[in-house]
Design a protein around this ligand. Structure first.
Ligand code: CA
Length: 736
């Protein structure tokens, strides 16, 4: 590690972009031995000599959960003398697969920021991540909107024009303490394949001048990127109509000759028919069975409905419901749009309003829905019905066997393709907290109001499904914060937080108290086991300092977490058995960040299929073996991958090099599910891209759709799904 002057850098021939202003070269790997700051985990590092010496890293990720290269200097980096700068890497990829890497930068005070980028196969390119920026302070006094993600986009367009690739923003605290950077880590997680990259010239560079218009006029009248050209971009209303005509011709004809009426495997081992979907083990592999008895494996897309595509316009109203009081609340957002309809114009019906933003630029305000506006342009005023019909034809033509979660109930009686139904338990029950309740507080499942609300929710789904044999099963709720896996404290958060509360008002706490009383009898026995000094059971019931101090305590907390989860799933299952006794209960869709084994095990006693949302490259060998013990099949509720080559500003959580690579990764993910005997299906999230400027609710602006905002299918994804789905049953049931 050494500091060189700007003029020396220009002379350095191995840095391609000579106009860059290098502040400091951290590592150029010119010494033949590995720098002592470099630590490798499940990875091999070696110095290779190509144009210049560089560090080749082979991530042995296939059978490990993660593999990484970390830079941990003896003394934290002090970069506080630099202003307005970023870190850059030259990276090439000589492997067979693109590499999705995560970059974590941490300071000594606990700040950490995670970004990601895809390294395509091929020659070296430069990738950069802003460490500090001097953004345009907004007229509204919101401060630096780019580095603080205050634009309402999960990831902004680059703030300067260059050939280099910016890392995508994922999560964490972006403004780090630049006087004490203790770790820079590049890693891969849960990969299906071993990966390798070659890194050189890790350096700090001055940010070029910021383009003052980087957020201005970025959205055209169709909701597409106004500043970029790309295949499939719609340029006129006439083109939308022509696209419809052309696609209609393609949607005729059945492509999958091996399918039963309900999309099952016509040539498979027939099982007894029950008139409903059910589960069975066939030749040692878990399977769904269709109403006629054919083996069935679920593939499909989530969000087959119009709903989440509205984006904040930056306008609000001084008086609620008084359009004449409209005003610009956030100019930077209002200026993003080249066009919004005028009030009174036909497309103005796609304005809306949200008052409960989860995360974004504003807490509330006006929205506009470009997806609906485009559908109206394309299909006319009765666009929703027409679009749903086209959509069903697409799903069948693309080879999918089902419509995934959050399908519009308007399609529950489509009678052409099976679907998954969905319900939410909401209402005025008491709540508990895991300490990190991402989507919201958790229900106090021992509050009788929770059971009442569960009953109401399931009854509603039953009324929507009616007697349709095409309903595969029902997901209830989604990604609840049952606990995170990082530590015992975060995994057992529900117990820790609930024990600190008063059982007089918190029914779950009262239940926990009674379980511990039954186990220990005396408070002295509990104190001895936990290493605590609680005065008496009354004090215990009123709320204790519940931090973890002993192994015995951890064991008890695991049992309490299990008891909480057991109650949650038994209550929901009881409602299912009451109102939909012949339907599969498919669980609550555990996110990969929130699937404590105590909770998963509890769920297995009550659900028919355990559901997981897994944003990774696929199901890696080893990790999912715990399912062997649970005697229940599993299903993937969500996964996705996106790219940056079609004018979007954020590819999503798993990043592909381009649409071609995305289609390949889509297939690889599904192959990993099809090949796993415990899984009975997987749904891709989601049918349509997110809005370019972010969903109103939370700013998600991902390129994750099979269709763009203009209802234009991504050809690469369609072809991949036709190929995969045509091989689906043979691969699942005919291969060993
Ligand atoms: Ca070098």
């Amino acid at each position: 590690m050494y500091i060189i002057s700007y003029s020396q850098v220009i002379a350095a021939s191995d840095i391609a972009n000579v106009s860059e202003q290098v502040l400091e070269i951290l590592y150029d790997f010119e010494s033949s031995s590995l720098d002592k700051d470099i630590k490798l985990s499940n990875a091999k590092g070696s110095i290779v000599d190509e144009d210049s010496k560089a560090l080749k890293v082979q991530f042995d990720s296939k059978d490990h959960r993660s593999a990484s290269l970390s830079i941990i200097p003896d003394k934290p980096f002090n970069w506080s003398t630099y202003e307005d700068f970023h870190i850059a890497f030259d990276i090439s990829n000589a492997g067979e697969h693109s590499v999705n890497i995560q970059l974590d930068v941490s300071d000594t005070s606990g700040g950490n920021y995670t970004r990601a980028v895809n390294i395509p196969t091929g020659e070296s390119q430069t990738y950069y991540a802003k460490i500090e920026g001097h953004d345009l302070a907004t007229p509204e006094g919101r401060g630096d909107i780019e580095l603080n993600l205050l634009s309402g986009l999960r990831n902004n367009p680059p703030t300067w024009d260059s050939e280099d690739t910016q890392f995508i923003s994922l999560w964490g605290k972006k403004n780090l303490d630049t006087s004490a950077i203790q770790k820079i880590s590049i890693g891969v997680k849960y990969n299906l394949f071993n990966k390798e990259i070659t890194i050189d010239n890790i350096r700090l560079r001055k940010n070029p001048p910021l383009d003052p218009l980087y957020l201005t006029g970025i959205v055209d009248k169709f909701g597409q990127s106004a500043k970029q050209e790309f295949p499939g971009k719609v340029l006129s209303d006439a083109q939308l109509l022509e696209n419809y005509k052309q696609e209609k011709k393609l949607l005729d004809g059945i492509l999958m000759p091996d399918r039963s009426t309900f999309g099952g495997y016509k040539h498979g081992k027939k099982q007894p028919a029950t008139g409903y979907f059910r589960t069975a083990k066939i030749d040692g592999k878990w399977s769904l069975v269709d109403p006629e008895g054919y083996p069935y494996f679920a593939t499909g897309l989530d969000i087959i409905r119009l709903g989440d595509a509205a984006t904040m316009t930056g306008y609000d109203f001084k008086q609620t419901n008084d359009k004449s009081s409209r005003y610009v609340e956030f100019k930077k957002r209002a200026d993003m749009f080249e066009w919004l309809p005028k009030y009174g114009e036909p497309l103005a019906v796609h304005f809306g309003y949200v008052s409960n933003v989860h995360s974004g630029a504003l807490d509330k305000g006006e929205t506009f829905n470009f997806q609906r506006a485009n559908l109206q342009r394309k299909y006319g005023t009765n666009y929703e019905q027409k679009w749903l019909e086209v959509t069903v034809d697409r799903m069948i033509n693309w080879g999918f066997t089902s419509l995934g979660n959050w399908t519009s109930p308007k399609l529950y009686q489509n009678n052409k393709i099976p679907y998954f139904a969905n319900g939410w338990i909401r209402g005025n029950y008491k709540t508990v907290s895991s300490g990190q309740d991402f989507w919201g507080a958790l229900p106090d499942v021992f509050d009788p109001v929770f059971a009442k609300q569960a009953d109401i929710s399931v009854r509603k789904v039953a009324a929507e499904v009616k007697d349709s044999p095409w309903c595969v099963g029902v997901f209830i709720d989604n990604e609840k914060s049952f606990g995170r896996s990082e530590s015992d404290d975060s995994r057992l958060g529900i117990v820790i937080n609930t024990l600190s509360r008063d059982g007089a008002t918190v029914p779950t706490k009262a239940h926990f108290t009674s379980l511990m009383k039954t186990k220990y009898g005396t408070i002295a026995a509990l104190n001895k086991s936990w290493g605590k000094n609680i005065a008496n059971w009354k004090a215990f019931e009123q709320g204790i300092e519940a931090s973890l101090t002993s192994d015995a305590q951890i064991k008890d907390y695991q049992d309490l977490l299990h008891a909480y989860a057991d109650k949650y799933f038994s209550v929901v299952n009881k409602a299912m058995k009451t109102h939909m006794p012949n339907r599969l209960y498919l669980g609550a869709r555990f996110p990969d960040w929130g699937m404590p084994q105590e909770v998963v095990r509890a769920s297995a006693k009550h659900v028919d299929v355990i559901s997981f949302n897994v944003y990774k490259e696929g199901l890696v060998s080893g990790f999912w073996d715990f399912l062997d013990m649970l005697e229940k099949p599993a299903i993937i509720g969500e996964f996705h991958m996106g790219a940056m080559d079609r004018g979007m500003f954020h590819p999503g959580i798993i990043i592909a090099s381009d649409q071609h690579d995305r289609a390949k990764m889509f297939k690889d993910y599904l192959y990993s599910v099809i090949d796993n005997p415990n899984f009975v299906g997987a749904h891709y999230f989601q049918y349509a891209d997110g809005p370019l400027t972010g969903r109103a609710y939370d700013g998600e602006n991902y390129n994750i759709g099979f269709i763009s905002v203009t209802d234009t299918p991504y050809k690469e994804m369609v072809q991949a799904s036709q190929k995969l789905n045509s091989q689906l049953y043979h691969r699942r049931y005919e291969s060993k």
